[in-house]
Design a protein around this ligand. Structure first.
Ligand code: SF4
Length: 216
């Protein structure tokens, strides 16, 4: 089974084109400045209202959205938490279903280094379904504002030909974008990679206005 903290379709800020994004629950690393803190384990704010879905249930959600949007969805992005912290067999089964039933590309963020995944006989199975892996922990001191990466130590690994020709552009682009949603129960949902200190600064400003916001 897979633990899913949040999912969203039609996201334009976490990878190329319009994408469905899945934020998996759980990451043990506790990188200082992590924007997904409430989705991670062993933190004071640990989110408890995640969904537990089978690989086929999650694939059904992805494929249904792909059909509804009539091919406008280019791919899926896996974020978190850390997707590779999920059970590798379940994650591989989910991605196999998506890949065998669509043309969707797969981009995946992880705190693991690519070499660690290659040396792990279980997690390695997932790599065959990923077009682009973004690897490595978030480092606040190396956060230089680049698109789709939290910090400069993180690397794009083009594991298939799908986006390899664009690799220079992916590394050269310095423009970050985010999407912000306000839910009816007062939560602010942020998608994308925000600028360094964005959440802390926004929280401080909201407090001065007397607005209590629960970021998720
Ligand atoms: S690896 Fe990613 S999700 Fe995990 S704590 Fe670090 S920044 Fe957050």
């Amino acid at each position: 089974m897979l633990q899913v903290a949040r999912k969203k379709t039609c996201c334009k800020v976490l990878g190329p084109g319009i994408r469905s994004v899945i934020w998996f629950h759980g990451c043990p690393r506790r990188c200082p400045g992590c924007i997904a803190d409430t989705m991670n384990v062993a933190t004071p704010n640990t989110m408890t209202d995640y969904e537990t879905l089978s690989p086929s249930q999650l694939a059904d959600w992805v494929l249904k959205n792909d059909g509804i949007e009539n091919g406008t969805i280019e791919g899926i992005t896996l974020s978190g938490g850390d997707p590779l912290f999920q059970t590798a067999n379940d994650l591989a089964e989910f991605l196999s279903l998506v890949k065998h039933n669509s043309e969707l590309s797969v981009m995946c963020y992880t705190g693991y280094r690519y070499e660690e995944l290659l040396n792990d006989s279980e997690k390695r199975k997932v790599l065959q379904y990923i077009d682009v892996l973004v690897d490595g922990e978030y480092r606040q001191d190396l956060d230089n504002g680049q698109r789709w990466r939290g910090s400069e130590n993180q690397r794009f690994h083009f594991l298939t030909e799908r986006y390899r020709i664009e690799s220079d552009d992916w590394y050269a682009t310095n423009e970050r974008q985010i999407e912000i949603e306000l839910t009816i129960n007062g939560k602010v949902l942020i998608s994308g990679v925000p600028s360094k200190d964005f959440i802390a600064n926004l929280t401080a400003k909201m407090e001065t206005l007397g607005v209590d916001v629960d970021f998720t």
